[in-house]
Design a protein around this ligand. Structure first.
Ligand SMILES: Cc1cc2nc3c(=O)[nH]c(=O)nc-3n(C[C@H](O)[C@H](O)[C@H](O)COP(=O)(O)O)c2cc1C
Length: 196
């Protein structure tokens, strides 16, 4: 009989599970192999929901905030401006956990934070902001693109901070799956086990 190795999440203390989840978020910023490095985010449009992958850029753990960068002209920005609710999803296959998080997004554009962050980005990362045409626009030919200078790319650069208010955590285990709701409230966090 084969037994799978015990996951770090095979514990029953929800406070510790919460701490582990935020450890994983923090590690996900730098560790490109972590599932937390590339979360899927969902925003709500007028007619439907929209999902996409983003790179996790920063975690402000004490405030339950996760940060990503995006083009100010992208669809997600327009959607977040009309409804700042954002859902985030991660499936960590190695640790057999799923994170379903919900939060409110705040967009930062052309403020000191953006100037400082833009200055710290590599030319390769900056190149994502240099296409003259609006992202998602139909074009006749995929080579038919005009580019901006690195300095002009700054005009397209935005930072989105998401304050997470709750997480639904699921741990898959052959001895029985475990599910929990973690709620982040101003004074104290609340934890509940859920039927998996
Ligand atoms: C691995 C990967 C990482 C990505 N990282 C980002 C990112 O950090 N920010 C971003 O805006 N788009 C990123 N994208 C592109 C988005 O998934 C999406 O296609 C793009 O932002 C346009 O989305 P929207 O028009 O729905 O806003 C990434 C895509 C992949 C496949």
């Amino acid at each position: 009989m084969t037994t799978s190795p015990l996951s770090v999440f095979s514990i029953n203390n929800l406070k510790k599970i919460d701490q582990l989840i935020w450890d994983f978020f923090q590690q996900g910023v730098k560790n490109k192999k972590s599932a937390f490095h590339l979360p899927t985010i969902a925003t709500c449009g007028m007619k439907s929901f929209n999902l996409r992958t983003v790179v996790l850029r920063q975690v402000i753990r004490e405030d339950n905030i996760v940060v990503f960068h995006t083009d100010i002209r992208s669809k997600k920005i327009a959607e977040l401006k009309s409804n700042n609710k954002l859902l985030l999803h991660i499936y960590d296959k190695k640790n057999k956990i799923q994170i379903q998080a919900e939060g409110k997004a705040k967009i930062f554009y052309k403020v000191k934070l953006n100037k400082l962050t833009w200055g710290s980005l590599s030319d390769n990362t900056k190149s994502a902001y240099l296409i003259k045409e609006t992202p998602g626009k139909k074009i006749a030919n995929e080579k038919d693109l005009k580019y901006l200078s690195h300095d002009d790319g700054y005009n397209n650069f935005s930072i989105v901070k998401v304050k997470i208010s709750k997480i639904i955590f699921l741990h898959l285990n052959h001895n029985g799956n475990k599910k929990a709701l973690l709620k982040y409230e101003r004074k104290n966090n609340k934890y509940f086990w859920l039927v998996p």
